[in-house]
Design a protein around this ligand. Sequence first.
Ligand code: KMH
Ligand code: ZN
Length: 273
Amino acid sequence: MEKLIITCAISGAEVTKEDNYFVPYTIKEMAVEAYFAYIAGASIIHLHVREDDGTPTQDKTRFEETMKEIKKLCPDVIIQPSTGGAVGMSNDERLQPTELSPEMCTLDCGSVNFGGSEVFINTEDDITYFAKKIYEKGILPELECFGKMHVDQVMRLHKKGIIKEHLHFGLVLGVPGGMTGTKRDFIFLKDSLPKNSTYSVAGIGRFEFPLAELAIIHGGHVRVGLEDNLFIEKGVKAKGNRALVERVVELAKKHNREIATPNEARKILGLKV
Ligand code: KMH
Ligand code: ZN
């Protein structure tokens, strides 16, 4: 089986230090969390940035400075900035990190309720606009899908030539308002993906580790991190992203799946080494 790519979503835009003290805000905290995730086995860092007080921002300069600090500590890691940002941001605001031409970024492939009154909006026109900007810069998008209808949306846009190969999906399961993270839903979703595509699974909250284990068993890849889950076990907060990545490495060992280095991840994803 292909080696396992571990992505670590170190911060996100929604969780706070009140939720878990180790959620990074400052550039230094981001770099340190990325480094510990990397030495534990993560080859991709999924990156949101914040102001020092924790306010989410998509500011290009903030991304540039944060990426520079991360690269100082882990020069070969793949950095995957978010173009999702935070609910309510404009498209051009969200797209700012693409101007830095990172190797990867996210491309959110449909709208989803985000609990309460929040809707994360990604219309077909939005996705088309994002895709054009992303491919223009030669960036590989991770196609974030919160349910089966988003996979269908990707395939319609792929048929029109708007979304291009290599298709690397990010299956985000367990968002309140999205598809659940049960085994049944995971199997259905991964079996719906086209041949020659790759996928990484992000289970939100309690779905994080059960889905990680299923992805390991079924040849998929895994995303973990404080953006998605704050706990190392029921009622016990994780002491940083490193602990979450280490748990995935343990699960991979249990199933004899080797961990990909960043360059091995690049080969799997068709990125330049
Ligand atoms: N923070 C969410 C609104 C992504 O990174 O592309 C969007 C998100 C998805 O986290
Ligand atoms: Zn994100």
